[in-house]
Ligand binder design. Structure first.
Ligand code: ADP
Ligand code: ADP
Length: 223
């Protein structure tokens, strides 16, 4: 079963009289339970592709199917609704609210997503990322790796179809980055579908499959 799929996706950016074609016909498909990474040089179209796959933007041409629904022609409100329900996001920066504890950060997300029993679900999510003992800590009392794992728990708490991670270790040293990577791999082994953008070939090599983006196209998608 396919979680996410693009069909001949093209994206143009218009700046006055100049048009840039950032994606020139991309077909990617992500199956349930896969851990896939996207790599490619700067300017290749990775961010554009990620924005489309993450339902943060729409393609100029072609379609994007999330969990069987074509999102490429949806209006802003519908698109927002889809991504709230189906996708969890993790970024290079943690974006934790500094005045809330780890548990409160995750619980707030659960409430915003309309998750029932939000406190208990937040505790479960924090347990899944190995932070049982840190629930009452403030972000500033935690290491970078722990903060990123809180951010992962926050993404997980609404039980998304897909976890989208944009440079999740970009702000971390190698050892801490590996710790976050181990957490992602563990979650994937438990069935979570993950799509990760990274500049780090060593991390990409640890995933099931690498999608290489080059000049707005996919460049051989198997590793
Ligand atoms: P984004 O995908 O967030 O738009 P870019 O891919 O455009 O960022 O990267 C911006 C610049 O920073 C590029 O020159 C890129 O090579 C560099 N860069 C960003 N993150 C890393 C990283 N983790 N390791 C090495 N270079 C990086
Ligand atoms: P990457 O993430 O691999 O660095 P991007 O998707 O950011 O690549 O960019 C792909 C191409 O599209 C580049 O030529 C970039 O300059 C252009 N581009 C990206 N975003 C915009 C935008 N908002 N407006 C105009 N051009 C853009």
């Amino acid at each position: 079963d396919v979680v996410l799929e693009t069909r001949d996706v093209k994206k143009f950016y218009k700046m006055g009289s100049v048009t840039v074609q950032a994606l020139r016909g991309v077909d990617v498909s992500l199956k349930s339970g896969e851990f896939v990474s996207i790599i490619g040089p700067s300017g290749s179209g990775k961010s554009t592709l990620l924005n489309l796959l993450g339902c943060l933007d729409r393609p100029t041409e072609g379609s994007v199917l999330l969990d069987g629904t074509d999102v490429s022609k949806m209006g802003e409100r519908q698109l927002t609704d889809m991504r709230c329900k189906k996708i969890g996001y993790v970024f290079q920066k943690f974006y934790l609210l500094p005045f809330l504890t780890a548990l409160e950060n995750v619980e707030l997300q659960a409430r915003l997503a309309g998750v029932k029993d939000s406190r208990r679900r937040a505790e479960e999510a924090l347990r899944l990322v190995g932070l049982d003992g840190r629930m009452g800590h403030m972000p500033k009392e935690m290491s970078g790796g722990e903060q990123q794992r809180v951010a992962i728990a926050r993404a997980l708490v609404k039980a998304p179809k897909l976890l989208l991670a944009d440079e999740p270790t970009g702000n971390l040293d190698t050892a801490t980055g590996s710790e976050v990577m181990r957490t992602l791999k563990k979650l994937n082994e438990q069935g979570l579908t993950i799509l990760m953008v990274t500049h780090n070939p060593e991390l990409a090599a640890q995933t099931d499959r690498i999608i290489r983006v080059k000049d707005g196209l996919i460049d051989g998608s198997l590793n």
